[in-house]
Design a protein around this ligand. Sequence first.
Ligand code: PMP
Length: 410
Amino acid sequence: MAVNRLIKRLGGDDRVDLLRAVRESDVSPYFRVMESVTAPVVQVEGADRIMLGSNNYLGLADHPAIRRGAQDALDTFGGAITGSRLLNGTMDLHLDLESEIAEWHGTEDAMVFTTGYQTNLGTISAVVGKGDVVAVDAAAHASIRDGCALSGATIRKFRHNDVAHLEAILGETADDDGAVLVIVDGLYSMEGDLAPLGAVSELCDRYGAALMVDEAHSLGIFGEQRTGAAELLGIDGHTDIRMASLSKSPSSTGGFIAGSRDLLDSLRVNARAFLFTTSGVPAAVGASLAAVRLIRSEEGEQRARRALDNAAVLRSGLADNGLDVGALSPLPGGRETVTPIVSVHIGDDLEAMNLWRTLFDRGVFTSAALYPAVPRSGAMLRLCVMATHTDAQLRRAVDVISETVTEAAA
Ligand code: PMP
């Protein structure tokens, strides 16, 4: 059949085979069916499981204020707005959300996209093009890499968090005519480590490169205002393009860019993933607005602190039991920090998949980070805490995970 040739050309064959094999063996961590709201304990396929596999870091997914924001927007605007932002898809909620985000980030302007993926795709492909260079961390999120590929710019990948490698690349581009854009994640979603933003920002200044930071996983958690890793590491004022998703801590969907008015006006007319898609469903925009307001409040501050405290409990519990949870992230002044993502290094994909399944059966839902989401032989169990996990839930998870991983290694 003609379509089979198409599937092969897309390079999907190997992955489809793998998908089918794991589906048949029923160890697959993929496409499991959630049957309840994303809370510290979730119902998945008929049983309660401690949820360590979500991005609901602040535990806001079932917060009454977020539910109310979504419900009010649904009541006012119905199920969908049925148009792009440019034409009939901009609601007053969008404008309120954008001015709230700009005020929060201390930027001239902000712009909300339908998803975080589209935010990166649309922004990167609009700001750089043929003749320009993008220097991007090897572990940067897929949406960043896809945006780079779509842009037509020359892509220079540097080793994960390797500032010397980035400097070497910037040195090589110093005499080029085109623009240079450095793109990093503030907090890496698989490894759970922060980018060395101080050093990266300094290099950008020295070599005349612009800097874009994706704060998808750090928004709501880091910094006094909780705008993310750039704020925590004191370079928020030096970040030209501040990106975040609204789908993790804010527990909605959408994404945004905060920056200068010139940047945002240019994106409004050039970012194709903004122009040629329907704006987010009203419930998502309403939930996002409520979530941003909550994150900025005192309750937001308490939840962020609680998420990091919970991460410390999980991390030290696993490390004390001999599991490899990697290094803490360095901060200026020789200090270090936990992040809400604790990754247990396993190595082999199949072993990680089997561990995932045993943990699932023992009542703990995790994420298996397998190749190509991580480098080959770099499989991990990715654990994400919520501010709302109780101590008892975390201790139970530590016991089950430690026992399961140790058993498998024996
Ligand atoms: N950037 C990063 C670092 C992400 O982890 C994700 C989501 N996994 C995105 C962007 C895309 O965001 P969204 O899920 O809102 O499309």
